[in-house]
Structures are given as structure tokens and as C-alpha cells.
Design a protein around this ligand. Structure first.
Ligand code: FDA
Length: 303
């Protein structure tokens, strides 16, 4: 019910206009989105780097509907890689393959990603491949694996809610491909994903342990204190060294946890979205998990 309401609101132009212009709404969006332009994004990344925090730039975009739009999305990221190098930022970029045309054609997408990877080589950059809903998983992993073989400089994402993820992690570790582990953000059917949070959490802990043992520079992406505690326990008992893995969180979320990890000398990377399409991003995030409304309220109070 709430989810449907949020999705309905995400399409309301008047509300969007209000959100885009009202100072009250700006407080909320500034907390989670760097801004609309690459300049604003660079400012935020510079500030994070000064606090010892790594960043990953995410240019927000809608699913593209033409080859031209896919190329435009790619060009935003090529420019982001150029600026990261120019400003000497400690930052990667995070891309979604549907922004690069994956829903139009796998070949078109591969071509766009290859030209982004060429820019990554030219600018000594690093590209993380977000994982979208389950119909895209095979195609995304095929493209990431191909790009890793040609260029290196990639990190794949695995979602702990999918039954298949242990096998995917095995294959990625065998190929020495870095992995970001997250719980998974999409509404998936029980035929492919654990419906119960407790099972997702248990799988997350198991997969995190595998990655910390056998993975290359893994990213433990979560705000869940239990997952973090479990990973820290593993690290303190069995390694790896503090500079051989990183924690990852979303910009603006659980800043208390962020500070305690960096204070203890752990590497932390924040995923920092920017761009015009922030309104649907924010609303869809809330709609995907209406419980996030509570998280939002709680975390705004917690600061
Ligand atoms: P969980 O949802 O159990 O939340 C644990 C605690 O975290 C909550 O109690 C709350 O305190 C805090 N919290 C979580 N979400 C919050 C929010 N929105 N606002 C405020 N507080 C919040 N997913 C995906 O499918 N593909 C991907 O490529 C990525 N990439 C990605 C990168 C990075 C760096 C992160 C951190 C996350 C992703 N995700 C993702 C999203 C991920 O799958 C998941 O939906 C969210 O991280 C929430 O899961 P948690 O592990 O934080 O635990």
C-alpha cells in the first residue's frame, strides 16, 4: 500500500517540482545525493577524501530507451573518470549496465562499457558494476568478466539474497575479480531469492567470510551493524590486513558507523549519487523498501 503510494508520488510532476525547489526538501536530498552536477559531486568527494574516506561516483540515470541515450550516459562517466584523475580524487565510478544499453542489446552495452574501460586505462581509473534485478545477472557477470580479462580495473557486485550467489562468488574468486557484497535492493520472487531477511543475513555472513578469505580487495557493502561486527570478527581472527579489503556504505547513511570504522583505521568507500534524476532515485529507494521511511526518520534524528 505504502509502496504503491510512493511509486504513485514518484510520478507526480507537482510534487517533483516542489521537491526540486523547496528548501525543506533540499535538506533531505542533500543528505543522500551530492547534487545535480559533476562539480558538486567532485566537491563532496574532495571533502570525503580529506576525511580519509574513499568514494564511488554514481551518475543517476533512468533506464535508457535509445542507443544515443546509452552513449550519453557513457560520456557522463568518461568525463567523471577524467575529472577524478584531474582532481586526484581517491574515487571509483559505479555504473548500472541498463544505463549503458543492456536492456536494448548486450553488444551495444559491451561496446559502450569497453570505451569507458579505455578511458579508465587512460586515466588510471576503476569501474564498479552495480548489480540490478535478477534477469540482468548473467549478462552483467558476462560483461564484467570480459572487461576484467581485457582491462582489469573492475569490481563486480554480488547480492546475498540470491540463491546463486555462493557459486557466483566462487567463479569470481577463481578469476581474481574483486567483488562488492551487498544484500540486494530489488523486489525478487522466492524462486530466485531468499524471502526471509534472516536467511539473507545468514548468507551475507557466509559469503563475506568467503570473500575475506579468498577474494581480491573485496568491498563489504552494508549498514547493518551485525554484518559489520561479523566481518570484523573474521578479520581480527583470520585476516586479511586492513588495507586488503574495504567497507562500503551509501552517502549519508549511518554516519555514526562510518566514523567508528574510519576511526578504527578501516578503509571505507561511500557510494555518492549525483545528477538530475535524483527525485525518482530517492522515491524509488523509499518505495523499494518502505521500511526505509523509518530508517530515514531514525537516521535523520541520529545524525
Ligand atoms: P539492512 O537493510 O538490513 O539495514 C541495516 C541497517 O542499515 C538499518 O537498520 C539502518 O540503520 C541502516 N539502513 C539501511 N538502509 C538504509 C537507508 N536507505 N536509509 C537509512 N538507513 C539505512 N543493491 C543492489 O541490489 N545492487 C547494487 O549494486 C548495490 N550496490 C550497493 C552499494 C553500496 C555501497 C551499498 C551500501 C549498498 C548497495 N546496494 C546495492 C543496496 C543493498 O543491496 C541494500 O539494499 C542496502 O544496503 C540496505 O541493506 P543493509 O546491508 O544496509 O542492511
Amino acid at each position: 500500500m505504502l509502496r504503491r503510494l510512493l511509486l504513485f508520488l514518484s510520478e507526480r510532476r507537482a510534487l517533483r517540482r516542489w521537491m526540486e525547489t523547496s528548501p525543506a526538501a533540499a535538506v533531505l536530498t542533500r543528505r543522500f545525493v551530492a547534487g545535480q552536477t559533476l562539480d558538486r559531486e567532485v566537491e563532496v568527494c574532495r571533502r570525503l577524501n580529506a576525511e580519509g574516506i574513499l568514494a564511488s561516483l554514481d551518475h543517476l540515470g533512468e533506464n535508457v530507451t535509445s542507443a544515443e541515450e546509452a552513449r550519453t550516459s557513457r560520456d557522463f562517466y568518461v568525463e567523471a573518470l577524467r575529472r577524478i584523475a584531474q582532481e586526484k580524487l581517491q574515487a571509483s565510478v559505479s555504473i548500472k549496465l541498463t544505463q549503458f544499453g543492456l536492456n536494448l542489446s548486450e553488444d551495444l552495452c559491451r561496446e559502450n562499457v569497453a570505451s569507458l574501460m579505455e578511458a579508465a586505462v587512460a586515466h588510471d581509473g576503476f569501474v564498479e558494476f552495480d548489480m540490478e534485478s535478477h534477469p540482468y545477472v548473467d549478462r552483467t557477470l558476462r560483461i564484467v568478466t570480459g572487461m576484467h580479462a581485457r582491462f582489469g580495473r573492475v569490481r563486480a557486485v554480488v547480492q546475498a539474497y540470491l540463491y546463486r550467489s555462493a557459486e557466483d562468488i566462487d567463479a569470481l574468486c577463481r578469476d581474481r575479480i574483486p567483488v562488492r557484497l551487498c544484500k540486494g535492493a530489488y523486489r525478487e520472487p522466492p524462486s530466485v531469492a531468499f524471502p526471509k531477511k534472516s536467511r539473507v543475513d545468514a548468507n551475507y555472513m557466509r559469503l563475506a567470510a568467503t570473500l575475506l578469505e579468498r577474494g581480491v580487495n573485496p568491498g563489504i557493502a552494508t549498514h547493518d551493524p551485525n554484518m559489520i561486527r561479523h566481518a570484523l570478527d573474521h578479520v581480527q581472527r583470520h585476516g586479511p590486513a586492513k588495507d586488503a579489503f574495504e567497507f562500503q556504505m551509501l552517502y549519508g547513511i549511518r554516519r555514526d558507523l562510518q566514523r567508528s570504522l574510519t576511526g578504527a583505521g578501516y578503509r571505507l568507500r561511500l557510494y555518492v549519487p549525483y545528477g538530475d534524476a535524483w527525485y525518482p532515485y530517492l522515491m524509488r529507494r523509499l518505495a523499494e523498501r518502505p521500511a526505509n521511511l523509518l530508517f530515514l526518520a531514525r537516521n535523520l534524528i541520529r545524525k
